[in-house]
Design a protein around this ligand. Structure first.
Ligand code: DAH
Length: 348
């Protein structure tokens, strides 16, 4: 048995010396190392030996097996090396080949819209400000003429923060950006022209609502500001952001913090106002952008201003909603914006 193993090893080494191509190598591999090869046959016999003999011969058999495999790998490597002949050829690199461009990200669709909206308003003198995203009840509700326990507050479906109450009431995740109104009046004297864009939160989710969304709030206060100025600014925005094809309308509405109050609608960008299309998004041909109105005298007073001297308008719209009504952006479910699906995000 011992000599047979040694003979096998010598034979294999001799064969390896004569081999000059892959086909021959493959053939030798099968003959010696294959599943039904000569080594396998011998190993089966070794397994049948008994006691001490099995141990010593087994050890030798293992050494032979490893030797054969090493000789095979050595030959294989040598053949590969021969294939790529010179060192210069092996190490050659094409320095003119274009590199891998690093992947470049871009702003999320919502962030792009925020930048654009900020820019549009800045061109007509509205300064971008940022009121807190978590604020006191006072700025969110009370100073806006919605006293404690007023049923109108239910409309806002607010998330309250579990934290001790302060002098200005509970802390809330702002359900709208209107908290910026009295804050801005406390900060600067008129003329005021501000735009506040921020995240807002409400307890609702369906194809047109998400619990976290964005609003932009506009406020203009000066002497002699009237509805016509509001209309002018809204029209300017609609033309600039949506293009001349989109129509807007003002509907009478009610908000506690404006008098008179309006709902601003724009014709739907998905169905174009065609009711026969049974649009999932608008159902009526019109989409509600948000509210607007003339700042209520009590709100001016809360901001330390005399309503006989000053007047102003305000509006508050959802960023995502505004975006979805835009030409060429046909999103019929608002939730897709925050699913983090790169196939969606990369389109914009
Ligand atoms: N804050 C209101 C909302 O979230 C929208 C709104 C209505 C804002 C009228 C205003 C306004 O500034 O004047 O539904």
């Amino acid at each position: 048995m011992k000599s047979e193993l040694e003979k096998l090893k010598q034979e294999f080494e001799a064969v390896m010396e004569t081999i000059t191509d892959r086909a021959a190598l493959e053939q030798a591999k099968n003959e010696f190392l294959g599943r039904k090869g000569r080594l396998k046959m011998l190993l089966e016999q070794v397994a049948k030996l008994a006691g001490e003999e099995r141990k010593t011969i087994g050890q030798l058999a293992n050494e032979v097996k490893e030797g054969l495999e090493a000789a095979y790998r050595y030959k294989e490597h040598a053949l590969n090396e021969a294939h790529t002949s010179t060192q210069a050829e092996r190490e050659w690199i094409d320095i003119t080949e274009p590199g891998h461009a690093p992947e470049e990200g871009h702003l999320h669709l919502t962030s792009q819209a925020i930048e654009e909206i900020t820019d549009i308003f800045s061109r007509v003198g509205f300064t971008s400000v940022r009121a807190p995203e978590i604020d006191w009840d006072y700025y969110v509700f009370e100073s806006l003429n919605m006293p404690k326990d007023h049923p109108a507050r239910d409309d806002w479906e607010t998330f309250f923060v579990e934290a001790p109450e302060g002098k200005k009431g509970k802390m809330v995740l702002t359900p709208h950006t209107s908290n910026s109104q009295v804050r801005q009046m406390e900060l600067v004297k008129p003329p005021i022209r501000m735009i506040n864009i921020n995240r807002t939160y409400r307890r609702q989710i369906d194809i047109t609502h998400i619990p976290m969304f964005h609003q932009f709030e506009g406020l203009m206060i000066d002497k002699g500001v009237a509805v016509i100025h509001l209309k002018g600014v809204l029209d300017y925005f609609a033309r600039t952001f949506f293009g001349p094809d989109r129509r807007t309308r003002l509907r009478p509405h009610h908000f506690r913090f404006t008098e008179p109050s309006f709902e601003v609608d724009i014709s739907c960008g998905v169905c174009g106002g065609d009711l026969s299309k049974n649009c999932r998004l608008c159902k009526s041909g019109w989409l509600e952008l948000g509210g607007a109105g003339m700042v209520h005298p009590r709100v001016l007073e809360a901001g330390g201003l005399d309503p006989k001297e000053y007047s102003g308008f305000a509006f508050g719209w959802g960023v995502e909603r505004t975006l979805m009504m835009r030409e060429g952006i046909k999103i019929d479910d608002i939730r897709v914006l925050y699913k983090n699906d790169l196939r969606f995000v990369r389109q914009f």
